[in-house]
Design a protein around this ligand. Sequence first.
Ligand code: HEC
Length: 151
Amino acid sequence: MLTKSQAKLFFLAGTIIFSLIFLALSYDTTVNQIDEITHGDQLSEEALKGRIIWDENNCMGCHTLLGEGAYYAPELTRVVERRGAGYIKGALMSKTPWGEHTSGRKMVAYGFSEEEANQLVAFFTWIGEIETNGFPAKPAYKVEKVDTELE
Ligand code: HEC
């Protein structure tokens, strides 16, 4: 059994040691690894223009990127991998509200030009290559057990 002062010392030492480890790891991530993780050096002019379109049109009012934004419309971090550039351009250049889900939610009909759509695709391509440690998780559609009782 620890005495009161030993417990105090144990608490203080533990807090200090783990705070230092936390700070060291945060420093390592922000100073040594961030460039590699985000590959900022590959951020092209085209992708930057896409980012401006993204901001100016408040796409985040409905969508999320890297989990940030609103949960009304699909997560777009890996949209290029998931949908391909052709589909994305179709949604962005459409003159009528785009939607294939039965929820009734539709993508705003921005009717972007091909150039603007390419800039947004370049931005999504860049975002899609950021190392996100597995985010977003792939949905597991596998049905484990079929419930026959309701039939
Ligand atoms: C008012 C809400 C809203 C806003 C604002 C909005 N979107 Fe959407 N968007 C949607 C909805 C809802 C869908 C899903 C449509 C469907 O497939 O049924 C969608 C679909 C998409 C898709 C296809 C994604 C997929 O996985 O199928 C892309 C790409 C996209 N939006 C990009 C954008 C961009 C870029 C902007 C800003 C310029 C934007 N959206 C602004 C609602 C919105």
